[in-house]
Design a protein around this ligand. Sequence first.
Ligand code: SF4
Ligand code: SF4
Length: 180
Amino acid sequence: MTVKGEKKKKTIKTIKIDVDKCNGCRACEMICSAFHAAPKYSSNNPARSRIRVIREPLKDVYVPVYAGEYTQAECAGRDKYTIDGKEYDECAFCRASCPSRSEFKEPDSGLPLKCDMCEGEEEPLCVKWCSVDALSYEEREEEVEEAVEQEQLETGLESLANKYGLQQIMDTVARMSQKD
Ligand code: SF4
Ligand code: SF4
């Protein structure tokens, strides 16, 4: 059910990607994985990065892609783009952590990775480290109905319930509320 609520200000954070400027250096992958290492900056491994650069040097194709939402099932149909005569592979622009590919999964546990815009930092580190300005950061304020957030909450709960079972989610919530 959708309940309309008060309007709230929300900050929308965007990273603009200029694929024509990207040279495939992978500095963005390095700094992202180092920032998210535990302890911070103790190691770097692009496989743990929340940005991956789809690289096909022979076709001069370099596409930085940010990790988005986790999805349980791959799409039934896939997309394929040709832009300015360059053909991009299936799913090249997709941000999902999806069972059909290895990107955006923590290598040891297989848990999905998602870009958090470098929470706590003034500016995303991948943007800072891109020496050719292929990435640029923008922020804007938008007014949103609270009901939109309610829908997002329900979608998140539904995917957790699908993954772990409703009873396990309810037991966990009951356990957490007893801790207070
Ligand atoms: S740091 Fe910039 S140029 Fe290098 S791969 Fe990432 S987006 Fe491309
Ligand atoms: S914004 Fe931060 S978390 Fe997101 S891909 Fe860039 S470095 Fe990683």
